[in-house]
Design a binder for this molecule. Structure first.
Ligand SMILES: NC(=O)C1=CN([C@@H]2O[C@H](COP(=O)(O)OP(=O)(O)OC[C@H]3O[C@@H](n4cnc5c(N)ncnc54)[C@H](OP(=O)(O)O)[C@@H]3O)[C@@H](O)[C@H]2O)C=CC1
Ligand SMILES: N[C@@H](CC=O)C(=O)O
Length: 408
């Protein structure tokens, strides 16, 4: 357990780092102070005394007076070096770096076990929403069937601004960047990779399943076609980037990040701007819905603050489900999904990849589309999936167990 006065070595003084500084100043009850700040750019003007800043990670990691490292930088490779070195030196770590965590989760879990030093990362999934600790603790024994939600604030902000405020994709993305929601490399947001990284964390804490990010089928909002957007509007659906992980009857877990059409009565249709929404379905608690700000300085800093407070009472993730589950695996082969595919005269999906084709539409003016049911694995492996001119959007509904189909 940490002593009552926490001395923080903070890496990063950008959107979240500065947010944390302000939040700590306004939370005297925690008795946490930032002892030193590691940053990168020597030329950047700072709002705090220059003596507080350093450009060498060793100045923080070597300082025995700093008992907690808070890692809030936008460089996942450097973050990995900082976090692993801090843990090896017995310094508790709080991080918001979902890319770094998703890429090294198995190793970081093992390192925590070896060193006995905690690594907390509530801010890394859904920013202000307390999802990691709830999945880890509250749903400790109540069997989770699914987690499903909007877990990237920037893409939700962009989709909201395009639909509600008639902004272009570029204008909406620029606003998300200016407001501090987007990653430094916004491709991580719009290509769905940030949501994928967060889904890796949710899978570990909801189901005890540690997977590499590349194992999860991921489509972003960067390839949405005007026809898909018009289809959503005509049908009265909201268009959202939805991450989902669902236990299938055969015991495997189906998981994916997909642009999804959402019926107006669904909870996620009412999640706007940079808000995130996560729905859990479990055996006894039934359906629950978490809603809150999924990006931005203060919402993210509030989750870091909560982790700092948790460290003072000796909290660490036990990864209980990971220890309980020995045979759990991803089961894309056992899952299917209903999709809308829009395409051009030059590129078309292969109807043979679908277990059922529901509707086909062809117009030289509006473009072409088909709707149908396709196995999650078939979709992930379809040669046409990432061809230019192809746009895939999930129709309303969940990932589900594949049904046998006689195509005769
Ligand atoms: N913004 C948000 O809403 C959220 C962000 N996150 C995560 O939090 C982290 C920080 O994000 P954010 O604050 O938005 O990013 P910013 O780009 O605003 O800030 C990044 C900070 O990292 C510092 N930095 C970059 N590389 C290094 C390095 N090699 N050594 C030391 N410092 C370095 C920069 O230094 P310098 O000041 O010198 O340029 C800067 O202070 C990221 O991992 C992000 O994914 C998580 C949840 C929400
Ligand atoms: N870029 C991320 C920031 C928070 O995790 C997002 O938009 O969700």
């Amino acid at each position: 357990m940490l002593r009552k006065n926490i001395n923080i070595g903070l890496f990063g003084f950008g959107v979240v780092g500065q947010g944390l500084h302000t939040v700590l100043e306004r939370t005297p009850g925690l008795r946490a102070r930032i002892g030193r700040i590691g940053v990168k750019d020597r030329a950047k003007p700072r709002t705090l005394p220059p003596g507080l800043f350093t450009f060498s990670r060793h100045d923080l990691l070597d300082d025995p007076a700093l008992d907690v490292i808070v890692e809030l930088i936008d460089d996942a490779d450097e973050a990995y070096l900082i976090v692993t070195e801090a843990l090896r030196r017995g310094k508790a770590v709080v991080t918001a770096n979902k890319k770094m965590l998703a890429e090294h989760l198995g190793e970081l879990i093992e390192l925590q076990r070896e060193t006995g030093t905690p690594l907390l990362y509530e801010a890394a999934a859904c920013a202000s929403l307390p999802v990691i600790r709830n999945l880890e603790e509250y749903y400790d024994t109540d069997l989770l069937e699914s987690v499903e939600g909007i877990i990237n604030g920037s893409t939700n902000y962009i989709l909201t601004a395009m639909h509600r405020d008639a902004l272009s994709f570029g204008q909406a993305l620029s606003q998300a960047q200016a407001l501090g929601f987007a990653e430094s490399n916004p491709a991580l947001d719009v290509e769905g990779l940030d949501a994928r990284n967060k889904l890796v964390l949710l899978l570990a804490h909801a189901f005890g399943l540690v997977v590499a990010p590349e194992q999860l089928l991921t489509l972003g909002i960067d390839r949405l076609s005007p026809l898909a957007t018009a289809y959503a509007k005509e049908q009265g659906y909201a268009l959202k980037l939805v991450a989902e992980a669902r236990r299938l009857p055969n015991g495997t877990i189906a998981a994916a990040v997909l642009p999804t059409l959402v019926k107006p009565e669904h909870e996620l249709a009412h999640v706007h701007d940079e808000y995130n929404g996560l729905i859990t379905q479990s055996s006894f608690a039934d359906r629950q819905f978490f809603l809150g700000r999924g990006a931005g300085a203060f919402p993210t800093a509030s989750a870091v603050l909560s982790d700092l407070s948790a460290l003072t009472y000796g909290y660490r993730y036990e990864y209980k489900k990971l220890r309980q589950q020995t045979h759990l695996a991803l089961g894309a082969a056992a899952a299917e999904v209903e999709v809308l595919v829009t395409f051009t005269a030059e590129t078309a999906p292969d109807p043979a990849d679908f277990s059922r084709v529901h509707e086909q539409f062809q117009s030289d003016v509006r473009g072409h589309y088909l709707t149908g049911t396709i196995g999650l694995e078939q979709l992930a492996q379809a040669r046409w999936l990432r061809e230019p001119g192809i746009c895939v959007v999930r129709l309303p509904g969940s990932l589900r167990a594949a049904q046998a189909v006689d195509k005769q």
